[in-house]
Design a binder for this molecule. Structure first.
Ligand code: IVH
Length: 672
């Protein structure tokens, strides 16, 4: 840890956990469901934030961090394929300077200036296996080691040869993509049918390939460009340039724009040429891939866990697009901050459809002087977040007027304020429905009170119908009231009531986190609960006393004491107590520092008969263990239930200690 770092390790870990959860959720939406809920750029920025935190605090890296994985897990319904030779991703650079640095490094290490430049096709990586020249199996990359079997779907794609020009065994890798015209057609048809459009050609290609019914894939007009083989001993080529020629001779579609380069000038010419020609191509590209040419050097240099050391992707500079601002929406967050967002005509920007851009705060909006009806230039900040650069004065409507900054909360109409000279505009009404609604969603969330079935849509209805006014109101909801919610039958009403009732028995740390006190994350909440043991002690503790707990620091401590000093908080806790919500810590008095489990990395797999996974995870974490989702060399122990999957095989392969459920139960009894 850096001593001058603005964050403590605990804070960094807290932030990393939030980022990991978000990134894993987004990756799941993207890779598994092909329906991302955020722009690529938002993902990239959060990813970069996580990389920065992990660079400054390497101790917080966990195996389930997206930075330690390639791609994401796979859709369970398609059968799995193990890539005996992993399918790697590529390192990225965003400027020519970084690209030159990458090459200079290799030059210094004695590798001559001999590279093959290729277009970086915006599609989905696939692997095709041929035996005696016949196509036998095709798969997606999945997480790089295990992908999905999509043989039947790939058989419908014309550019994939079913028989090669030579009867050889070979595994060929490349990209499956959707041409721009097919993408536009498909999205139009989807919108006409009331289906959600795909965000970009890559998602469309992925969604089309990962179908259970090959007839759907067949209709989608996909194509391929192949650029690599799993094992170089399967080809005669000695350079990447020759490899592409050999693949073409075997019958594969190879992108014709590849070019060997032997000097920085030649490299530059290629980069500039395709930055210009990019829009004229009939398929999407998102950069240029530069690969060291001699294949023997690929073997010598090898790869890191994720990316080869002999190739790099140069990503194009951010694109700009023009669009019209139709509306400015104001949203109230859980902490009362009111944020303006520009709502615009949708435009494609660097490969994704963008229709909203945050205007951050009123000062920003005033400074940019964005008005309704303005034509604006939109770019992705650092190739990342959609941002309005400026309005175009010549296109401003004649009757245009400055956009009035709101003075009252869009939700509760109370007067908005700037606290302590903050730039942010805030609603400070503790009873503001928008804040309460955000707060209740947080209270019910998985890491807080874990009330299954109580998501944002149900919460919004509960407030609209005035069935609840705050968190405590949840515990007074009746069966009949729940039946008035949209699509709520007896079963869902009973399930929700049971989930709400179950939440009363949660241990204190969940409640502390669920209250949504500023700066108090799930981990800080657990440390606090372990120390204070019950809510009354916490409410009476001074800021200094709280700050001492595991060196939480004054920011968190002040925030907690300020929170509990308010009458609303005191009343809320009173009401929760009256409703029967547990106010005590139910785990161990504190994490035993000398437990067998301290700092052990543990993975659970298979179905446990008597214990629930969440119970076991919680118990292990209380013992100081880190429970992770994937098995790696760093894993110390794998706990195996019935029908374990590949994690069990991996544990055997890596000779990791394995326990079954009955052994775990014995140990749990001894420890408790
Ligand atoms: S080479 C070890 N070449 O970009 C070889 N990848 O961002 C690694 N991609 O996973 C890949 N065009 O899906 C390579 N000409 C090209 C490519 C290309 C597109 C994709 C590929 C890769 C991703 C990394």
């Amino acid at each position: 840890m850096k001593s001058d770092h603005p964050l403590t390790q605990l804070e960094a870990d807290e932030q990393a956990e939030v980022l990991r959860n978000k990134l894993n959720k987004w990756a799941n939406e993207y890779y598994v469901h092909d329906q991302p809920s955020v722009e690529d750029s938002v993902y990239d920025q959060a990813y970069q934030e996580l990389v920065n935190l992990e660079t400054d605090f390497p101790e917080i890296i966990t195996p389930e961090s997206p930075t330690q994985k390639v791609g994401d897990q796979t859709l369970s319904v398609l059968s799995k394929v193990t890539h005996t030779i992993p399918m790697l991703s590529l390192g990225d650079v965003f400027s020519k300077t970084e690209l030159y640095e990458f090459i200079n490094h290799l030059t210094k290490d004695g590798y001559p200036y001999d590279y093959n430049c290729e277009l970086k096709i915006d599609g989905l990586a696939i692997s095709l296996r041929y035996e005696k020249g016949k196509f036998v199996q095709g798969s997606t990359r999945g997480n790089g080691r295990i992908g999905e079997d999509i043989t039947k779907n790939l058989e419908t794609i014309k550019s994939i040869p079913k028989k090669l020009s030579k009867p050889i065994d070979i595994e060929v890798r490349g990209e499956c993509y959707m041409p721009k015209s097919s993408f536009a057609e498909l999205n139009e048809a989807r919108q006409d049918n009331g289906e959600a459009p795909f965000a970009n050609p890559r998602n469309a290609a992925a969604g089309s390939l990962r179908q259970l019914d090959p007839k759907v894939t067949a209709k989608r007009k996909l194509s391929t460009f192949m650029y690599n083989v799993a094992d170089y001993s399967q080809v005669e080529a000695t350079t990447q340039t020759e490899l592409l020629q050999e693949l073409a001779e075997l019958g594969f579609n190879v992108n014709p724009e590849f070019r060997p380069v032997n000097s920085v000038d030649e490299l530059n010419q290629y980069l500039d040429e395709f930055e210009t020609r990019r829009d004229d191509l009939s398929y999407g590209i998102d950069g240029i891939v530069v690969k060291l040419n001699p294949l023997t050097d690929h073997g010598t240099l090898g790869a890191t866990v994720k990316v080869p050391r002999w190739a790099i992707a140069y990503k194009f500079a951010p694109e700009e697009a023009e669009t019209i601002v139709n509306d400015i929406e104001w949203t109230v967050g859980r902490t009362g901050v009111v944020t303006p967002t520009a709502v615009m005509d949708p435009v494609i920007l660097a490969g994704t459809t963008v229709a909203r851009a945050s205007l951050h705060n009123p000062d920003y909006l005033i400074q940019k002087d964005i008005r309704l009806g303005d034509t604006v230039k939109l770019h992705k900040a650092g190739d990342i977040i959609p941002e309005i650069s400026e309005y175009i004065p010549s296109k401003r409507p004649k009757d245009s007027q400055s956009y009035p900054i709101i003075t009252h909360c869009p939700s509760c109409d109370s007067k908005l304020v700037h606290l302590d000279g903050e730039i942010a505009l805030r609603c400070i009404n503790p009873m503001c429905p928008a804040q309460l609604s955000e707060g209740l969603t947080h209270y019910a969330s998985r890491d807080a009170m874990n009330i299954d079935g109580l998501g944002p849509k149900i919460v919004a209805q509960l407030f609209e119908k005035q069935l609840v006014n705050d968190v405590a109101g949840l515990y007074n909801l009746t069966f009949d009231e729940l039946l008035t919610l949209d699509k709520f039958g007896e079963k869902s009403a009973n399930n929700l009531l049971a989930a709400i009732d179950n939440s009363k028995a949660n241990s204190l740390e969940r409640l502390i986190y669920g209250l949504g006190i500023r700066h108090v994350g799930a981990k800080a909440a657990r440390l606090i609960a372990q120390k204070v043991n019950d809510m009354d002690t916490l409410m009476q503790a001074t800021s200094e006393e709280i700050a001492q707990i595991n060196s939480l620091g004054l920011v968190i401590a002040d925030s907690i004491s300020t929170y509990f000093a308010t009458e609303q908080a005191k009343k809320l806790i009173q009401q929760l107590k009256a409703a029967g919500v547990n106010m005590k810590y139910l785990g161990k008095s504190s994490t035993p520092s000398n437990s067998f489990f301290t700092d052990k990395r543990i993975v659970l797999t298979g179905k446990l008969a008597d214990l629930s996974r969440s119970q076991v995870s919680e118990w292990l974490e209380n013992q100081g263990a880190k429970v992770s989702s994937s098995v790696s060399k760093k894993t110390d122990l794998v706990i195996v239930g019935e029908d374990p999957g590949s994690k069990y095989d991996k544990a055997l392969e890596l000779s990791i200690e394995i326990w079954d459920e009955s052994h775990l139960k014995q140990v749990m009894q001894q420890e408790n």
